[in-house]
Design a binder for this molecule. Structure first.
Ligand code: PGA
Length: 239
């Protein structure tokens, strides 16, 4: 793993954002896997700003996202689809026909097969962006006793519910989500992971220094040949 420790979330956003801008300019019809949560927001800000300044165009880019809540309308303000529209898509010139998203209200098995086929039809994901949960999850692949493969419906753990409930002020947070599996994530050609803050330090240590185990799903990234990890000093404190 290529581990880069930078001083602040803003610096990380600029460094990761530059990497995307350069990659998209070199590969205008690339396939990008995006993530939600607080960690990627400064990166999305950088990409959106670059687009506004005419330094990059997302017109030819195709995207897939890691996960979506189940039993939540797609246009609810807390859906991950809405998050991506607000934080990135609506701020760029992306063609929404090229945006694919897991449907949290579809039959999970059918949706998993559809998503796998759609990713394959595009030639696979060139760069997958990831955050990490406090419990070591990637996407919504919670700690368990085996690594998953394709997308699946997951019961969220209390750690994840505690971390994400703060965003739900009108309805209780959904207890289930549909998530890309570990296998789908590992088939991405390149992976960029962003982790900031002290609450991620233990998970980051387990991901990089611990054994490869489904008890810390992110530890599987040790077996991927092209992973860049951006950390701030607080997240890197236990390395
Ligand atoms: P966060 O979430 O970026 O909001 O901390 C990351 C994750 O849970 O994967």
């Amino acid at each position: 793993m290529d581990i880069r420790i930078l001083g602040s979330e803003k610096e990380i956003g600029a460094a990761a954002g530059r990497l995307y801008v350069d990659f998209i300019n070199a590969n205008p019809t690339c396939v990008l896997g995006f993530a939600t949560g607080a960690s990627p927001v400064p990166t999305y800000d950088y990409i959106a700003q670059s687009c506004r300044q005419g330094k990059v165009s997302l017109k030819g880019v195709s995207t897939f996202n890691l996960d979506e809540y189940c039993d939540l309308p797609r246009d609810h303000k807390n859906s991950y689809f809405t998050f991506m529209c607000e934080n990135l898509f609506s701020r760029t010139d992306i063609d929404m026909a090229n945006v694919d998203f897991l449907d949290g209200n579809a039959d999970p098995d059918e949706e998993s097969a559809r998503y796998a086929a759609a990713i394959k039809a595009k030639g696979g994901i060139d760069i997958q962006l990831l955050g990490i949960g406090r419990n070591g999850h990637i996407a919504f692949n919670e700690p368990g006793d085996k690594f998953t493969d394709e997308a699946w419906r997951v019961a969220l753990t209390q750690s994840t519910i505690d971390a994400n409930s703060i965003y739900f002020d009108d309805i209780p947070m959904p207890r289930y989500a549909i998530t890309m599996g570990i296998g789908s994530i590992m088939r991405s050609k390149k992976i960029i992971m962003i982790a900031t803050g002290a609450s991620k330090a233990e998970a980051v240590k387990n991901m990089i220094k611990g054994p490869v185990t489904p008890a810390c799903p992110a530890s599987i990234l040790q077996q991927h040949s092209d992973v860049t990890v951006f950390l701030d000093p607080a997240a890197a404190a236990l390395l």
